[in-house]
Design a protein around this ligand. Structure first.
Ligand SMILES: Cc1cc2nc3c(=O)[nH]c(=O)nc-3n(C[C@H](O)[C@H](O)[C@H](O)COP(=O)(O)OP(=O)(O)OC[C@H]3O[C@@H](n4cnc5c(N)ncnc54)[C@H](O)[C@@H]3O)c2cc1C
Length: 292
């Protein structure tokens, strides 16, 4: 297994920001993944897995860890009966393609989520009334100490949350789907993609929703819009003029610009609505969102 040094993680995040990884490995099999985890454990090095980086803000100074990017058989998907079996690094697009070709429905909502099967488990990804927890049968979690299959309940999956920690790598996910004609699946996907395009900045570099929706009559996006933040810019990062719960890379953004915008958005939401917004995006490396 080859370990690379100094690979810039901006290449692996949808926002296009982030400094270098102390070390980076691309395991393609379960055996290689175990080898990579043992390598890090021997050096007492932290481990962090990167999927498609579509929910990640990586520190500009980089990450002092072994970063794993799953590929090969850990990045493919296949159908077995009514199960969609995806490697932790398989993209949702590939998994959805396999499900549709096999006439299995229930995964259509994932067409809106540009991540991987494993990244979806980490944060219980969801859209349009669907979520990972509702269709995941079990996930194979691998650590330096060993591996085991876990159900959504055992993973503590709830709204945009699981209890997984770094060093626990989702190597495979089994989704239980239901028979559905391929043309119905295609029509539903087309409909959802059109809805997305109308409401969100799909042609910009973003990391999806910045904040979770609070328990409030207004969504995070509506709240930030009411605070007048649409289009607000710090450095190269900008609150989307289309949807206020998105931050766009408006050119040469740094992660610290995005964090500064998030801090400002939280401050304004607290001031105007008395609500403490919780961020949905995962922060990796020395990045801190000031709480006040
Ligand atoms: C345009 C856009 C729209 C989006 N819309 C939605 C939406 O509708 N609903 C939604 O829920 N999300 C949405 N997102 C956010 C994002 O796509 C999801 O959170 C997705 O599940 C993240 O997957 P990823 O593979 O990119 O994970 P990453 O962003 O790479 O990582 C996210 C977290 O998961 C961990 N992780 C990744 N892979 C693994 C693994 N194999 N094992 C263990 N941990 C892992 C990482 O360490 C990190 O902590 C959107 C993002 C964008 C850019």
């Amino acid at each position: 297994m080859r370990v690379e040094e100094g690979v810039r993680l901006s290449r692996y995040t949808t926002l296009g920001t982030g400094g270098p990884a102390g070390a980076l490995a691309r395991p393609e099999t379960l055996a290689e993944l175990e080898q990579a985890l043992a390598w890090a454990a021997e050096r007492e090095l932290a481990v962090a897995t990167v999927g498609l980086g579509s929910n990640l803000l990586v520190a500009d100074d980089g990450v002092d860890a072994l970063v794993l990017k799953l590929g090969g058989e850990l990045g493919t998907a296949e159908v077995r009966g009514e199960l969609l079996v995806a490697g932790g690094g398989a993209s949702n697009a590939v998994a959805l393609h396999r499900a549709r070709a096999a006439g299995l429905g229930g995964f259509e909502f994932a067409c809106a989520i540009p991540g991987t099967a494993g990244g979806g488990v980490w944060m219980n990804a969801g859209a349009y009334g669907g979520e990972w927890a509702a269709i995941v049968e079990r996930a194979l979690v691998v650590t330096a100490e060993g591996s085991g299959w876990r159900t959504p309940a055992e993973l503590g999956m709830r709204y945009r949350h699981s209890e997984l920690g770094h060093g626990q790598v989702v190597a495979q996910v089994e989704f239980r789907l239901v028979p559905r004609p391929a043309d119905e699946i295609k029509a539903r996907v087309t409909e959802l993609q059109a809805q997305r395009k109308a409401a969100q900045p799909t042609n910009k570099r973003t990391f999806g929703s910045v904040f979770k929706n609070p328990e409030h009559e207004l969504s995070a996006g509506r709240m930030l819009e009411a605070c007048g933040l649409k289009g607000h810019r710090i450095g190269g990062a900008q609150i989307s003029p289309k949807h206020a719960n998105f931050i766009e890379n408006a050119g040469d953004a740094r992660s610290e610009d995005a964090v500064a915008l998030m801090a400002e958005a939280r401050r304004r939401a607290r001031e105007q609505f008395g609500v403490d917004l919780q961020h949905e995006v995962e922060l990796l490396g020395p990045l801190e969102l000031p709480s006040r």
